[in-house]
Design a protein around this ligand. Structure first.
Ligand code: M6R
Length: 366
């Protein structure tokens, strides 16, 4: 069942070139600039005219939603709100006809997400489900949606379901953006090509597996870790921290890099590993100066950087180079080394990475 891998989690991480490919297959025709999402085609006029989009999810799926907020707003110019299902359902939320709700769930059975969308449906919103498990409760209650086609995910920590969620969210965003004529044809085609290249680039990043294992061993006894990123990659910092927490039981927090000086920088000393997502994007210079601020306080830095970039040993203790990608697409790639880092840290600590303590694969109680 584990096809020779030591754990399901590692198997599922390594499946990602294929699962993202499967998710895009028959949907993305990059050369022709065509995106087909048969599950939502019927509702396209409504979605395109949405006054706002509310994304509802929990955990890792919530992180996919937060990542989507950045690229939907940028490409579609529709306001997006991202809600924890457990908060949304209890606070008498304001939902109107004309709102589009996107529920994201691997299992399709998360109780809070299910009840939250039931409520929104009663209030007249259109519900789109982005779900992995076919025929699950959330898939059935949604008006329309798109499956992520990642196959069964056994490891309690979500990995391949997350990248498949992002893939579907990209397709949805680019499709709406094109319909609304919010982006130039040139940019649309560029993004389609960049998305098409994700499986290949993911495979390249997976070749760093052994190198990332050595980094994990080096930091496995850390008591606490910070994950920092900005813009499109801030949600990936949150996801990196969640993965590490779940799998290695190391306390970890994700922050927007610029928020450091508003509090968390007080934690920095020579024992604190800080993981920076520092790939080339519009924030690059700013992220580099955030790294200098950490180094000046003797923190240890692990950086995810773009191949070809020069990051000196004075700036980062360890650097993981990933292939160049447009900043909008970079989150789906940058999460891969963070998944591997969490995995190898858990294994180095001899923990049950497929079934971390206190966690269940799907949270069907509130
Ligand atoms: O099945 P869902 O996507 O609705 O599950 C949501 C969360 O319970 C899930 O993502 C959880 O946070 C994972 N353990 C993350 O690895």
């Amino acid at each position: 069942e584990k096809s020779g891998y030591q754990h399901f989690m590692l198997k599922e991480i390594f499946e990602q070139p294929k699962t993202v490919f499967d998710c895009l297959r028959g949907r993305l025709y990059a050369d022709e600039g065509k995106i087909i999402l048969s599950g939502i085609e019927q509702y396209l006029p409504e979605i395109t005219q949405a006054e706002r989009i509310i994304i509802i999810a929990c955990g890792t799926s919530w992180h996919a939603g937060l990542a989507a907020e950045y690229f939907i707003e940028e490409t579609c110019r529709i306001p997006v709100e991202v809600e924890y299902a457990s908060e949304f359902r209890y606070r008498n939320p304001i939902v109107k006809k004309g709102d589009v709700i996107i529920a994201i769930s691997q299992s399709g059975e998360t109780a809070d997400t299910l009840v939250a969308i039931e409520k929104a449906k009663e209030q007249g919103a259109l519900i789109l489900g982005i779900v992995n498990v076919v025929g699950s409760s959330i898939a059935r209650i949604s008006h329309a949606g798109a499956y992520t086609h990642a196959g069964p995910e056994i490891g309690v920590a979500s990995t391949k379901a997350f990248t498949a969620q992002l893939a579907v969210l990209y397709l949805t965003a680019f499709k709406i953006a094109q319909h609304r004529q919010n982006i130039s044809e040139e940019k649309y085609l560029m993004l389609c090509k960049e998305l098409e290249a994700v499986p290949e680039k993911t495979a390249q990043i997976l070749q760093l597996n052994e190198y990332i294992e050595t980094i994990a061993r080096k930091y496995k006894d850390a008591v606490s870790c910070l994950f920092l990123g900005r813009g499109y990659n801030f949600p990936i910092a949150l996801e990196g921290a969640l993965k590490l927490k779940e799998i290695s039981y190391i306390h970890a927090e994700g922050y927007p890099a610029a928020e450091m000086k508003h509090g968390p920088i007080a934690l920095v000393d020579e024992k604190l590993p800080v993981i920076f997502i520092a790939t080339k994007d519009q924030y690059h210079e700013k992220v580099i100066s955030n790294m200098q601020e950490i180094k000046a306080r003797k923190g240890k830095i692990i950086a995810i950087a773009t191949e070809g970039d020069t990051i000196t040993p004075a700036l980062a203790d360890d650097v993981i180079f990933v292939p160049e990608a447009d900043e909008i697409i970079s989150p789906i790639l940058n999460v891969i080394p963070l998944q591997l880092l969490a995995y190898h840290t858990g294994v180095a600590k001899d923990l049950d990475v497929d079934k971390p303590r206190n966690l269940a694969k799907s949270v069907t109680v509130e």
